[in-house]
Design a protein around this ligand. Structure first.
Ligand SMILES: [Zn+2]
Length: 492
């Protein structure tokens, strides 16, 4: 494994080495990642990175405002508007309310090829409100909180897009920078609707990042998912007086769950099946005539989810037959799995190496250790290094970034904004995302994406091996959105 703290010089610098590593890639064993050297920070890149530093107070304030607003999926009115306005002020043309979602927007600057897309998420999670303190302490009791750090995500992406726009103006660069304001990542998979509506069709490459406890370019794929709500309908009756006249919709839900739990033994290890009962009836003395259950079924590839979905459908039919009930099925979300692009990842990694990981102070490390003490996990503080690159690998969990990656090469990084061992979707994630620890991660993410975009704008030939890899990996696979045809995004 290549030592990232002291990268071995490969002797080939600048834009050349990317093509060179790509040529060599086919000769490598599957578990090896080619050595990557830090990219050259050209004067154009340097001035873009300086601008990101100079405007960091503004970015941090923007991020904190989104953090405080903490709006959940498809209710991110203030958050989306904060980012859209910021971009508009910088001369971006902003289209709001795209793909049938009021909080989805596309902001664009420049013209012609290459078209570089940057994804920006900004939704929060219900019930996770938390102050920027090392102990569990809601900011506003019962409110939502940024337990996935999307306040940082959206703001860093916006800062990167503006930095690139400024370079386009100053250097008279040819090309388009486009910021995608993508709502509802946590629920409903907003990006899948934006992809289905063709909003990414002319994009040459898309960037994203995610707040994390580690800094790196993880080359992690994700699990494809079907979120399905099943509602059974039966016949209500007095549960003691005349139960024989009733048909219990709750019985159908329970029999479906029994069936799915037995199925667990016979699905591949890569599968995941989980559910919650969202309506189990009103009172035990009424035979429930309506009952609903919300399933999530996942696998490392879309085809695995499709096979699992067939079994779910058969179990639903079986449960309805056994209970003489009827059913309705609603697909709530259906993202694919992420397609990793190795050449693109190496380009981004070379910039991350040049920029370096967030530099945390002793006070920030103490703050982090206090969180870890309160979580009962190892007091390892915050990550201070860049993780080595791993070969592309599947990882548990789902993201709607996946659907973007099937229509255009998509590359992403993670930056430390949370404590090592952070469980994610937790009060601790919210705490560090609303203070200097998160701000430092935001800064590194913005710089890395901006620098990578500038590499491509200055030398569009870098796209050739990236696109070639994407074409080769998508050969024979027909991407089709898994959302039922004609289905509109939900309106929560
Ligand atoms: Zn997230």
């Amino acid at each position: 494994m290549h030592d990232i703290d002291n990268p071995t010089p490969v002797g080939i610098r600048g834009s050349w080495f990317i093509a060179a590593v790509f040529m060599a890639a086919s000769a490598l064993a599957a578990d090896e990642v080619p050595a990557v050297s830090p990219a050259q920070l050209s004067p154009v890149k340097k001035s873009a990175l300086e601008w990101i530093d100079k405007s960091s107070a503004r970015s941090n304030d923007l991020s904190d405002r989104i953090w405080r607003a903490a709006e959940t999926s498809l209710k991110e009115t203030q958050s989306a508007e904060l980012l859209a306005k910021e971009l508009e002020k910088e001369g971006f043309k902003v289209k709001r309310g795209v793909a049938g979602m009021s909080t989805a927007f596309v902001a664009e600057y420049g013209s012609g090829k290459p078209v570089i897309g940057i994804l920006a998420e900004f939704d929060a999670l219900p019930g996770l409100s938390q102050s920027a303190t090392p102990t569990k302490q809601p900011f506003q009791q019962g409110a939502a909180g940024h337990g996935c750090g999307h306040n940082l995500f959206g703001t860093a992406s916006t800062a990167a897009a503006v930095a690139v726009k400024r370079a386009i103006v100053q250097q008279k660069l040819q090309g388009t920078i486009r910021l995608y304001g993508t709502p509802a990542e946590e629920n409903y998979s907003g990006k899948t609707y934006m992809v289905r509506d063709g909003l990414f069709n002319d994009v040459d490459i898309a960037f994203h990042w995610h707040p994390d406890s580690e800094t790196g370019v993880p080359q992690a794929s994700s699990q494809a998912l079907n979120g399905v709500e099943i509602t059974f309908s039966g016949q209500s009756a007095h549960a003691a007086g005349s139960p024989w006249t009733g048909r219990s919709a709750l019985d159908a839900v329970e029999l479906l769950n029994v069936s799915m739990n037995y199925l667990r033994e016979h699905v591949p290890l890569s599968s995941r099946i989980h559910y919650v009962i969202t309506n189990g009836g009103a009172a035990p003395n009424i035979v429930p005539d309506r009952a609903s259950v919300w399933y999530m079924i996942r696998d490392t590839e879309r085809s695995g989810v499709e096979r699992l979905h067939e079994r779910l459908l058969e179990s639903i039919q079986g449960a309805a037959l056994m209970t003489r009930t009827t059913y309705e099925i609603k697909i709530l979300e259906a993202p694919w799995h992420v397609l990793v692009n190795e050449v693109g990842s190496r380009l981004m990694f070379s910039n991350l190496l040049a920029i370096g990981p967030p530099q945390f102070t002793a006070d920030e490390q103490t703050f982090a250790k206090e969180i870890q003490r309160n979580l009962g996990i190892e007091q390892a503080g915050l990550a201070s290094k860049i993780e080595p690159m791993r070969p592309p690998h599947p990882e548990s969990g789902t993201t709607d970034v996946a659907d973007v990656s099937w229509v255009t090469p998509t590359i992403g990084l993670t930056v430390a904004t949370a404590v090592l061992g952070d469980p994610g979707h937790n009060w601790s994630t919210v705490a560090t995302g609303g203070m200097s620890i998160g701000h430092k991660g935001l800064n590194v993410a913005a710089k890395t994406m901006a620098a990578t975009a500038l590499d491509i704008l200055q030398d569009p030939s870098l796209l050739q091996p990236i696109t070639a890899e994407w074409k080769q990996k998508t050969k024979g696979i027909v991407y089709k959105s898994a959302i039922p045809e004609g289905q509109k995004p939900p309106t929560p």
